[in-house]
Ligand binder design. Structure first.
Ligand SMILES: NC(=O)CCC(=O)C(=O)O
Length: 264
């Protein structure tokens, strides 16, 4: 199997509408290249562009979902379309990730549980998701998490208990802490003996340089592929990586550390 992680440059020069059109074409270009395409967190508006969120919020049938559904269908790929600022007609804003099947159907969505910003930004403007999301895919049982969630191992352990074999993590993770991002992606892979596909944002938006370094890690902690990025910033890149979903079962059988869990 092959996955393409699209580490999108999110900046204020390109509008959300322009970016949506451009990225849909980029997804279409993955036809025959990848089986699974992954986009980052809040890539239309920007993960730190708080002032744009209220006006740019969408529903699960909004312009981003519509464009990504069509792109997944045209490309014939599974598409984790990163996340949108979701405005539930009945409720508050949420940071919601979307997973499309190759026929364009919305297969799953996940509302980010851990909101970043302590008492401001996302933590003040958005409601927290309340439900885990673990779904069957041709790549194994897939658990969805978003950005700051990566810092909370108990979330990943709970998804493991629902059978998760791979985790897909879109992010808008700043360059300043990109070392944490790389470390935590590998840690989650090793502790859950799972594949981790973590797709970060590139460029600078709202004055916050993004760290890039999107990565695919196998259950042994081996980095199968990593995009550009460091503490000073990052550039757009499509990272295509081959992976074997069977490696999860093999690793868990050969080194059965999860069997030794103690519960108290
Ligand atoms: N968008 C985010 O969740 C940012 C997370 C972050 O910057 C961090 O955990 O550090």
């Amino acid at each position: 199997m092959r996955a393409s992680l699209v580490q999108i440059d999110v900046n204020e020069i390109e509008s959300a509408d322009e970016r949506r059109v451009r990225i849909a074409e980029l997804v279409r270009a993955q036809r025959g290249v990848a089986d699974l395409v992954v986009l980052p967190e809040l890539w239309t508006l920007g993960g730190f562009a708080y002032e744009a969120w209220a006006d740019g919020a969408e529903t699960l049938e909004g312009p981003t979902a519509e464009a990504m559904s069509a792109a997944a269908r045209d490309a014939g790929v599974w598409l984790h379309a990163g996340s949108i600022v979701e405005r539930d007609p009945e409720g508050p804003l949420c940071n919601t990730s979307l997973l499309f099947a190759p026929d364009g159907e919305l297969h799953a969505w996940y509302r980010k549980i851990h909101r970043f910003g302590f008492d401001s930004g996302e933590a003040a403007m958005m409601a927290a998701g309340e439900e885990l999301c673990v779904v069957d895919t041709p790549f194994g049982r897939m658990g969805l998490a978003t950005c700051y969630d990566l810092r909370f191992p108990e979330l990943f352990r709970a998804m493991l208990d629902q059978g998760a074999e791979l985790f897909v993590v879109p992010a808008a993770w700043p360059a300043r802490r990109v070392g944490h991002w790389s470390l935590l992606a590998r840690a989650r892979a090793v502790e859950e003996q799972a594949l981790v596909l973590a797709c970060n944002t590139a460029g600078t938006h709202a004055g916050v340089p993004q760290g890039g370094r999107s990565v695919v890690v196998d259950p042994w902690g081996t980095v199968l592929g990593e995009a550009n990025g460091d503490e000073s910033g990052s550039a757009e890149e499509v990272l295509t990586v081959s992976f074997d979903p069977e490696v999860v079962a093999r690793t868990r059988a050969e080194f059965p550390v999860l069997r030794d869990r103690q519960k108290w």
